[in-house]
Structure formats: C-alpha cells, structure tokens
Design a protein around this ligand. Structure first.
Ligand SMILES: C[S@@+](CC[C@H](N)C(=O)[O-])C[C@H]1O[C@@H](n2cnc3c(N)ncnc32)[C@H](O)[C@@H]1O
Length: 287
C-alpha cells in the first residue's frame, strides 16, 4: 500500500505517533483481500476485527462447511458470497482478480486460524504476483478451542513445556523429511495432531513406545459446533473408541500427560517468593 504523506499528530510517551494520509483518488481505487480466521465453529469465537471486515466487504469468499453459517450471514445483503469448497485455486484467484478490477474489498474467510493448514500461502503467492494487496486477521485455532473446552493448560510446569502442532502423512500430502511423527514427538511434547483421525492406528503405533500405552489421549471432534464430541482414553484403547464412535473427520488427536492428572508444580509467575519488574521485592527498613 502506498502512503503519500506522513503527519505527526501527537506524542505517546516519547514516541511520535504517525498518521498516514493517502491520496483520496488512490484510496478509492485500492482494495484489499482480508484473510480472516473464523475460529473453530462457534460463531462468537471470531475476532471483533474479523467480523467487522466480513460485515463491510462487498465480496466474501469462505471455506465451505467449516465456517459457520452465522458468520457468513453477517455479510452485507448486497455482498457477493461464495463457498470456495468446490472451486480450485485458479477459480478462487479469478474471483479475487475480478473484485480487484472492480475496486472491491474481499473477505477471504478460513476456519480456525489461517496460519495453520489454511492453504493461504499459495493464495498470497498468487496475489503477490498480481500485485493485489492483502492482510491477515488471526482466528482461534481448533486446538486452542479444544483446550478451553477441556479446561486444560497445554503447558504444565514439569510435565510439558512444548506443544507440537502437526499432522501425519496421507496419500495426497507427505511429511517433509525429518518431520515424521516419531521424530518430532521424541521429547514427549503435548500433541495436537491435525488431519490424522483416519491414521489413528499408525499414530498409536508410533507414539506408544515414546509416551507409553497408558498416556492420555483426547479426540476432539467438531469443537465449537453443536455436535461437538470428546472421546477420552489412552494410547492403548483410543483406537477402539474412535472406531466405535464413527468419527472420521474434523477431529484433533490430542496426546500427552497434561490430559491426565499429572502432578505439576505451581509456575514461578505467581510465586510469592519470585520477584520481577512488575512485582519488585519490597525493601523493609531495618529497625
Ligand atoms: C485444514 S485444517 C484447518 C485447521 C484450522 N486452520 C485451525 O486453525 O484449527 C483442518 C483440520 O483441523 C482440525 N480442525 C479444524 N476445525 C476443527 C474443529 N472445530 N474441531 C476439531 N478439529 C478441527 C481437524 O484436524 C481438521 O482435520
């Protein structure tokens, strides 16, 4: 985006606040593609910014069944609203190009947070080539929404201080060399496995020697949707539970001791004996 003038409008502490004034004519012709994370499903889990952009956009492109109807319904009555699930990349880009030619903003809505398996990089690469401006508004990823529903902290002191967001290979997508599940999981991080529910047998086979057969596992199905479901078990019995439930898509496999009743210590953050810049040690005067 081209800024044609910068004006100092005020001071915050010692830092000047700059306000960029654009040439009016340029602004009216400029459009932006707003990539927006819609959150996992519950329509009130979108950000305020994301919702406002959707409400204002003359063109709304959304990713099929994983974006709730209520969020799409927030579009203007005269908006061009398109489900991109049946479209291929070229068709999506030509919709955007047409909006660009009309000078119209596009709200490009993805499920969860678009930075996680959102396939936005390939769209942004095309937009760069076409010199079409874009920005990104983050969303609540499904794994964070699952942790909230489970009332679980994914990073418990002494138990796990790492969260591994990954997937397993399927016929259409392989894993880069070195990122096979057994390699990445060697340090027993808390796992949020995406796009892998149909690989549950292999996941159990790969993880059991590392985490132990009694390690807790939660299958989080369609978190935030009215039919949300959690299956709780261990590496030894979760495969049968998944089979019985009939869950075959839109589920996370969450693995790790944090999902059990692992003993953990309090964090240092609120430890009365721990002082830091916002809670300095009070000097007592000698008497
Ligand atoms: C293409 S990825 C999109 C992930 C999304 N960008 C996010 O931030 O959660 C789709 C996979 O994410 C997981 N997923 C997405 N939404 C979900 C939900 N509401 N409940 C459970 N898992 C979900 C599933 O593993 C699903 O196969």
């Amino acid at each position: 985006m081209q800024a044609t003038a910068a004006v100092i409008t005020g001071w915050v502490w010692t830092t000047p606040v700059f306000c960029f004034k654009r040439d009016r004519e340029t602004e009216s012709r400029m459009m932006t593609v707003h990539f927006i994370g819609a959150g996992p499903g519950a329509p009130d889990l979108i950000t305020v910014r994301g919702l406002r952009l959707i409400e204002a956009a003359p063109v709304v492109l959304y990713a099929g069944s994983l974006v709730p109807a209520e969020i799409v319904a927030a579009a203007r009555p005269d908006a061009r609203v398109i489900d991109t699930a049946p479209l291929h990349l070229d068709e999506i880009i030509s919709e955007i190009q047409a909006a660009h030619d009309r000078g119209q903003d596009v709200a490009r809505v993805h499920s969860g947070d678009p930075s996680i398996y959102g396939a936005i990089a390939e769209q942004m690469r095309r937009l760069d080539a076409l010199d079409i401006p874009y920005d990104i508004t983050p969303g609540v990823p499904a794994f964070a929404a699952a942790a909230a529903e489970l009332k679980t902290e994914l990073t418990l002191p002494d138990v796990s201080q790492a969260v591994l967001v990954t997937r397993t290979a399927v016929r259409s997508s392989s894993m880069p060399e070195g990122q096979e599940l057994a390699n990445l999981a060697a340090g027993r991080p808390t796992l949020a496995l995406h796009l892998s529910i149909n690989n549950i047998a292999k996941v159990v086979r790969d993880l059991s020697p590392i985490y132990g057969a009694d390690c807790p596992v939660v299958i989080a199905y369609r978190v935030g949707w009215p039919d949300q479901l959690f299956l709780k078990g261990t590496l030894s019995d979760i495969r049968d539970k998944v089979k019985e439930s009939g869950v075959t898509r839109t589920a996370l496999i969450m693995v790790g001791a944090v999902f059990g009743d692992a003993a953990f210590t309090d964090s240092k953050l609120y430890d009365a004996a721990h002082h830091h810049v916002l809670r300095p040690k009070v000097q007592t005067s000698p008497d």
